[in-house]
Design a protein around this ligand. Structure first.
Ligand code: SF4
Length: 266
């Protein structure tokens, strides 16, 4: 497959888009702080047959946001349109690399122009629900995506601590706690890196003010992680997922921090 235009790519793949803006309620909240975010959602872990989350854990795979929000409604309707599209996009990335990056670059350019026209700050999150190391992927004439768009701010969450070595200047990364990596979290916190942590608190309940002595900020207000002060914990409230049995298991696991845990300070 050869990429020529977005319109032809859509026709050829029968996909409506590769990535987009406002594709989840969390990303859409960035608009309220004048940031337009282009986000790409692939199919997490190895649900497509290809592993896009090298550092995933059994708990995070069970609790993955892949089945929350709009995808949850899609699964309930038995259509699975969103999941199937994410699998198709992931396969494109692995099997039609040049086509995939041609389309990705064209969409980023299109939304960058749109953001400029409407007066928004523009940024890009490529690992909506994946953890690909984009620094190692050639996007365009020997350059990775950060080099291709050196004037654009990228950001992601990651469980891969190796990504912090030689991280490009235009790539903001928040490291994710998964329950068994507190030592790495501490090391990174002390270097000024932020840690995303999922707390078992209800929507209407406040997040803790601190956890183990580190300030906790509310990461659910928007997804504009680039603007966060550094060296703190980005608290995220547990989001309901489609499979209730999995939800129960994850809530009892080390992945989710409970109010009864040592260090939880209201
Ligand atoms: S690493 Fe993140 S995206 Fe991948 S399965 Fe775990 S929670 Fe989902």
């Amino acid at each position: 497959m050869e990429f020529t235009t977005i319109a032809k790519a859509k026709k050829e793949t029968k996909l409506s888009y590769l990535g987009g803006i406002n594709t989840s309620s969390k990303i859409a909240k960035n608009m309220k702080v004048n940031v337009m975010t282009y986000c790409l959602y692939l199919s997490p872990a190895y649900t497509s047959g290809y592993d896009v989350c090298e550092y995933s854990t059994v708990e995070c795979r069970l609790g993955c946001l892949a089945t929350s929000g709009r995808a949850k409604i899609d699964i309930r309707s038995n259509h699975n349109i969103i999941s199937k599209a994410r699998i198709a996009k992931t396969k494109l990335f692995f099997e039609q690399r040049d086509f995939f990056f041609g389309w990705l670059i064209a969409e980023i350019e299109m939304y960058k122009r749109k953001a400029e026209r409407l007066g928004y700050v523009f940024n890009v999150r490529l690992n909506g629900i994946s953890d690909i190391d984009w620094q190692n992927e050639i996007a365009f004439f020997g350059l990775n995506i950060f080099e291709t768009f050196s004037d654009i701010q990228f950001y992601d969450y990651t469980k891969n601590h190796n990504k912090f070595n030689n991280k490009p200047l235009n790539y903001d990364l928040t490291y994710s706690y998964h329950g068994r990596n507190w030592d790495i979290c501490l090391e990174l916190l002390n270097k000024g890196v932020n840690i995303a942590m999922v707390f078992n608190v209800k929507k209407e309940t406040e997040l803790p003010l601190t956890y183990k002595g580190y300030t906790v900020v509310n990461g659910d207000l928007n997804d504009n992680r680039v603007a966060d002060a550094k060296g703190l914990i980005v608290g995220l409230k547990w989001k309901r997922i489609e499979n209730k049995a999995n939800e129960e298991r994850v809530l009892k696991s080390v992945f989710v921090v409970n109010p009864t845990d040592e260090g939880f300070n209201k």
